[in-house]
Design a protein around this ligand. Structure first.
Ligand SMILES: [Zn+2]
Length: 130
């Protein structure tokens, strides 16, 4: 009859006799990573749509970006850009992104008139208004 003990039973028994089995058994082969996890990298998604002209396309793109940022908080609204299809090198920023006095970024559309505005209702306004 075949012995159904573990394959390394003999070796384990020998280590127990030597007092090293506890050291080996307490050590898992799978341990936590020694280095911290990498920070998230930045990626870009390209969406296609049709519009009659650039001004209309810019307005639609701002709407798409704002709507997506409401649904998914990881979306970086300030990094949104618009370009003609097949001309990524001509991308223009959709949002102002000017730096505020407390490190906030302007959430208004690019080239907007008046003060810059921090995101959210009642957000801080700064700059040279009309
Ligand atoms: Zn601004």
């Amino acid at each position: 009859m075949r012995d159904n003990r573990p394959a390394y039973w003999g070796q384990r028994q020998a280590r127990e006799a030597l007092g090293t089995a506890r050291d080996v058994a307490g050590t898992s082969l799978i341990t936590a990573a020694r280095r911290p996890a990498r920070p998230g990298r930045f990626f870009t998604v390209h969406l296609g749509f049709t519009a009659p002209d650039l001004a209309s396309a810019r307005e639609l793109a701002v709407g798409y970006a704002e709507a997506l940022s409401v649904l998914r908080p990881e979306v970086a609204l300030g990094a949104s850009a618009l370009s003609p299809a097949e001309a990524w090198q001509q991308a223009e920023r959709l949002f102002c992104g000017a730096s505020g006095p407390d490190g906030e970024r302007c959430a208004d559309v690019a080239n907007h008139p008046g003060f810059h505005h921090a995101p959210g209702p009642g957000g801080l306004g700064w700059g040279d208004g009309d």
